[in-house]
Design a protein around this ligand. Structure first.
Ligand SMILES: Nc1ncnc2c1ncn2[C@@H]1O[C@H](COP(=O)(O)OP(=O)(O)OP(=O)(O)O)[C@@H](O)[C@H]1O
Ligand SMILES: [Mg+2]
Length: 270
C-alpha cells in the first residue's frame, strides 16, 4: 500500500466559476513508504497547495487524497511540516523547542514518567543526529539560519511522523549551507526512514535529493511528468557533475521554461 495516494485531485480557491483557473487540476500521485519525492516547478504551479493538502492544512475541491489508506481530513501527528522560515519559539532553548510538541502531548494525555524519559532520550538522539548537542541550551537567536533549520527539522521528527512535508525548507539559506543541509537531510532520511515530500524551486536540489522528481506546471497547476532519478541511492556532491544528472537537469529546466512561456535563454534576457 502506498503511503500517500492522490487521485484526480483538484483545488479551487474561492467560488468556482466558468472562468476560474484551478490551483490544482487532475493531480494523480502515489508516494511509497520511505520514499523521498521532490516537487519542482515554476512559481504558482501549486506545489505548496498540494503539500498543504497532504498536511491537512488545506481542503481539496474534488478527487481523493489518502495517507496510509485513510482519507486526509485534517492535520495529524503522522504528518509533520517544515517551512522555509524557521518557526522556532525564541523564548525556548534548542532542547525545549525540540521537546515542545511532546510536552503538550504529555500534559494532554497524562503520560507516565517513563513516557517522558523515552521522549527525553528521543530528543537527545535527534540533537545528536542534527549535530547540535553542544548548543542544546542556546536560544534560537544565538544560532545561524542553517542551525535553526536543523532544530526545526528535529522538532518535526520528535513525534516520529510517518511523513515529513517540507516546503522550500532551505530556500532562505546560502549556497554552502544548503549543500551541508542536503547531505544532512539525506542522512536523516537513511536513519529515520521517514517518507519525505520536499518542495523546491531549485532543480539541482530536486534531483540531488529525490528518488523521483515530480515536475509541475502552472495555470492550471498540474503534474507535467514524474522522473525517476537515475543516480545511486547513496548520493554525494560529485554526482552533480554526472552526465545523467546534467541531462535530467537540462530536460526539467527546458520544461519549466516552456511552462512559463520562456522557451529559450534569449527569452529570459528579453
Ligand atoms: N489562499 C489562497 N487564496 C487564493 N489563491 C491562492 C491561495 N493560495 C494559493 N493560491 C493560488 O494557487 C496557485 C498555486 O499557488 P501555490 O502557492 O500552491 O504555488 P507554488 O507552486 O507553491 O508557488 P511558489 O513557487 O511561488 O511558492 C497560485 O495561482 C496562487 O495564487
Ligand atoms: Mg510555494
Amino acid at each position: 500500500m502506498s503511503k500517500v495516494h492522490v487521485e484526480n485531485l483538484s483545488k479551487y480557491f474561492g467560488a468556482v466559476s466558468p472562468n476560474s483557473v484551478p490551483a490544482l487540476q487532475g493531480v494523480n500521485l502515489s508516494v511509497e513508504d520511505g520514499e523521498f519525492v521532490t516537487l519542482v516547478g515554476a512559481s504558482g504551479c501549486g506545489k505548496s497547495t498540494l503539500l498543504r493538502i497532504l498536511a491537512g492544512l488545506e481542503t481539496h475541491t474534488t478527487g481523493a487524497v489518502q495517507c496510509n489508506g485513510l482519507p486526509i481530513a485534517g492535520p495529524g501527528a503522522d504528518r509533520a511540516m517544515v517551512f522555509q522560515h524557521y518557526s522556532l519559539y525564541p523564548w525556548l532553548t534548542v532542547m525545549q523547542n525540540i521537546k515542545f510538541s511532546r510536552r503538550l502531548k504529555v500534559k494532554r494525555e497524562n503520560l507516565t514518567s517513563s513516557d517522558v524519559e523515552a521522549a527525553s532520550g528521543r530528543a537527545d538522539a535527534l540533537l545528536d543526529l542534527i549535530g547540535l548537542t553542544k548548543v542544546a541550551d542556546a536560544y534560537p537567536n544565538q544560532l545561524s539560519g542553517g542551525m535553526q533549520q536543523r532544530v526545526a527539522i528535529a522538532r518535526a521528527l520528535m513525534g516520529k511522523p510517518d511523513m515529513l512535508l517540507m516546503d522550500e525548507p532551505f530556500g532562505a539559506l546560502d549556497a554552502q549551507t544548503r549543500e551541508v543541509m542536503h547531505d544532512l537531510i539525506l542522512h536523516i532520511h537513511r536513519i529515520e526512514k521517514t517518507t519525505i515530500v520536499f518542495v523546491t524551486h531549485d532543480v539541482d536540489e530536486a534531483i540531488y535529493l529525490g528518488q523521483r522528481v515530480v515536475l509541475m506546471q502552472p495555470r492550471p497547476g498540474r503534474i507535467h511528468s514524474i522522473y525517476p532519478v537515475p543516480l545511486p541511492g547513496a548520493r554525494n556532491q560529485e554526482m552533480k557533475h554526472a552526465t545523467e544528472f546534467r541531462a535530467l537537469k537540462a530536460e526539467i529546466l527546458a520544461r519549466i521554461r516552456e511552462s512559463t512561456g520562456l522557451a529559450t535563454d534569449q527569452d529570459l534576457l528579453d
